[in-house]
Design a protein around this ligand. Sequence first.
Ligand SMILES: C[S@@+](CC[C@H](N)C(=O)[O-])C[C@H]1O[C@@H](n2cnc3c(N)ncnc32)[C@H](O)[C@@H]1O
Length: 260
Amino acid sequence: MPATPLYCACPRRLDAARLLSQRFALPLLEQRPQQGYWLELGEERLELLTTGKHGAVYAEFVEGAAKHRREQGGGRGQPVAKAIGLKGAKELPYVVDATAGLGRDSFVLAGLGCRVTLVERSPVAAALLADALERAAGHPDTADIAARMQLVHASSIAWLAALSEAERPDVVFVDPMFPDTDKKSAAAKKDMQAFQQVIGDDQDSAALLQAAIAAAKNRVVVKRPRLGAAIEGVKPSAVLDGKSTRFDLYVIKALHPVQG
Ligand SMILES: C[S@@+](CC[C@H](N)C(=O)[O-])C[C@H]1O[C@@H](n2cnc3c(N)ncnc32)[C@H](O)[C@@H]1O
């Protein structure tokens, strides 16, 4: 993937643009591009833009769908909460979201009280996340949730493998971009197609699943479209079906039963 450039449309925020450019290795432009995709830092937020027909793509934890989810989300009874093992849990698990994307799943989990590390390898997605987290940290409705979310810009396969025993998460959450048709129809919204164009499909999900299973203390949860194929390799130990989404669970105790 060629590097996606960054343009600052708000002179007042040029220093913030320089910091983003350095942190995520995004080439900083002096003029708005005439074609292709670019990140644009405006008065309010960072957005992924294109000259084509797609709308702006950005991560958002304060307004819109995130606000709705915060207020009407369904608490510990919702499928993702059950999938990570929250229902009936005495202690909230520490979760690593190994495919953070635009952070929607991480935000739900942090909203339920979990500490979440968001690992994202794409500089574009990571920059959008950093911007949304900063905005969420500065808003009274979301500051406490944002405080439980930590962003790491890295490939999860290497990052998980490098964790010490004390750093191992209870749960690793995985939601890769599959190169199959079901995900494309799920991404039918034009703006999400833009995101997929820039980031590309994830071709190494099997290796990520292996790394996740090796790192997780309790379980790995893989999010899939309801009828999508499971990640190749290890068979899930349980499956949780939702309306449009399925969660494949890899329960560590079931995968590695203690002998004796
Ligand atoms: C389908 S999106 C995840 C959407 C996310 N669950 C959400 O709620 O917004 C997949 C994301 O995982 C990232 N990704 C895939 N494999 C990864 C890896 N091995 N390490 C880090 N990020 C990865 C991709 O760059 C992409 O942004």
